[in-house]
Design a protein around this ligand. Structure first.
Ligand SMILES: Cc1ncc(COP(=O)(O)O)c(C=O)c1O
Length: 412
């Protein structure tokens, strides 16, 4: 097994400090204004500091922000979650996405009495010791730790299958199928936002269903970002459980586990109870803001997702046209309003293929990213681009303009 060498991404993010955010902009300590393309790693679908959410926040402050008890806000929020993610009969409220994934693993092990967890390569499930692993490369199925400080026994209970390689994935799943507590997948990875991955997900899902293996979709990024509110709704799949976070908290920290009826039933029949509690779980502030945010998005869903689709496809189409015209070996890939610049036009099957090119062009990519930021656009070092409902067409034209100029300057 390979131990992690350098995971911490020491980029320009560490060189500046954000002082405030409003709509599509972030404002830095040095007075600079940047168009955001990250929006708190995809959290702020509507943009920074929305007035209606600020008002709800202030209102809730007057009623108290933490009771440490079941409360009406949390009930109202859970009911609304059911409306959006209607495959689930119960929601367990957590404080972060990582916590939700950690507890989903505990739940799966408890109801199946099995210990192995399967995850797909290139996925990110947050700061969960049990899932801080990846494959070491496309060809070698050795595991790689994504952090120092993990105990050796964790490695024995996690199985990795190569994302987007169904044949290899099935061979591995077949070998371990009787020992698997749960398969967890990030159905569309922010590492590779592409419609082409949908088939792989469908196949893995069908395999799990046919073998009675619990499957959990981690829709932390895609939940309420994609149309029909999730990849599973888009593809008409019904995972046994799913985890959500980010957008559903309206900008406040949140994580949620959705349990299907079947899982809920199994859980309730158990003698030994699974521990899900937490001081701030389901606190009235987060659940109120989360509720107001979801209610707004739900009410305006056609307008919001239609607008995001138009702007994202406009960006993808026009930037790709430019790249083709200038004969640059670069393309933009997209899944709904999650986008990414990929430094090759060849087929990329997974995160490894993408990263291989990025390592090769490391210096140029750095120069390009610095150019973009110096021209008023914040581009995350990790490369994912999230569009927000706060963008105007003019913003998107500006993004296309600056990004094209930067790519031409450093890659021609
Ligand atoms: C797919 C996915 N799962 C889980 C997480 C962890 O969520 P959190 O950072 O809220 O713990 C993330 C965070 O980026 C994520 O992208």
């Amino acid at each position: 097994m390979i131990r992690n060498k350098n995971l911490l991404n020491e980029g320009y993010e560490n060189k500046f400090r954000v002082k405030s955010g409003k709509n599509q902009y972030i404002f830095l300590q040095n007075g600079k204004k940047l168009i955001d393309t990250s929006f708190c790693s995809g959290t702020l679908l509507l943009g920074h500091s929305k007035k209606f959410l600020n008002n709800s926040f202030i209102k809730q402050l007057k009623n108290g922000v933490a009771y440490g008890l079941p409360n009406t806000n949390a009930d109202k929020y859970s009911l609304f979650l059911k409306k959006i993610f209607n495959n689930y009969s119960k929601f367990i409220l957590c404080n972060t996405g990582s916590e939700a994934n950690n507890k989903a693993i505990r739940l799966a092990r408890s109801i199946t009495k099995k210990e192995y967890i399967v995850m797909t390569s290139g996925s990110w499930h947050g700061s969960v010791d049990q899932l801080l692993f990846d494959l070491s490369s496309n060809n070698h199925l050795d595991k790689r730790e994504l952090s120092a400080g993990l105990t050796r026994d964790l490695n024995k209970k996690i199985i990795l299958v190569p994302y987007n390689d169904y044949k290899k994935s099935i061979t591995i799943l077949q070998k371990f199928k009787s020992k698997i507590a749960m398969v967890i997948v990030e159905p569309i990875q922010q590492a590779l936002p592409s419609k082409k991955c949908e088939n792989y997900i469908r196949n893995i899902y069908n395999y799990c269903k046919s073998k009675d293996i619990l499957i959990c979709f981690d829709e932390m990024i895609t939940g309420v970002r994609v149309d029909k509110f999730s990849v599973q709704n888009n593809l008409r799949l019904k995972p046994d459980l799913s985890t959500f976070g980010k957008i559903i908290g309206g900008g406040l920290p949140i994580g949620v586990i959705g349990l299907s009826k079947n899982v809920e039933k199994k859980l309730s029949k158990q003698k030994n109870k699974v521990f899900f509690g937490g001081t701030f779980s389901g606190n009235p502030l987060v659940t109120e803001i989360g509720y107001q945010n979801l209610r707004y998005i739900y009410k305006n869903k056609k307008k919001i997702f239609g607008y995001l689709e138009n702007l994202s496809s406009y960006f993808e189409k026009n930037l790709n046209l430019f790249l083709k015209k200038k004969k640059l070996d670069i393309k933009v890939i997209r899944y709904c309003s999650i986008l990414r610049i990929v430094y090759t036009k060849s087929v990329i099957k997974n995160k490894f293929d993408r990263q291989k090119k990025e390592e090769y062009f490391f210096k140029k990519i750095n120069q390009f990213q610095n150019f973009v930021i110096n021209n008023g656009v914040y581009l995350s070092k990790r490369g994912a681009i999230f569009f927000s409902y706060s963008y105007t067409k003019k913003d998107v034209e500006y993004l296309i303009n600056i990004i094209s100029k930067g790519l031409l300057k450093f890659f021609k």
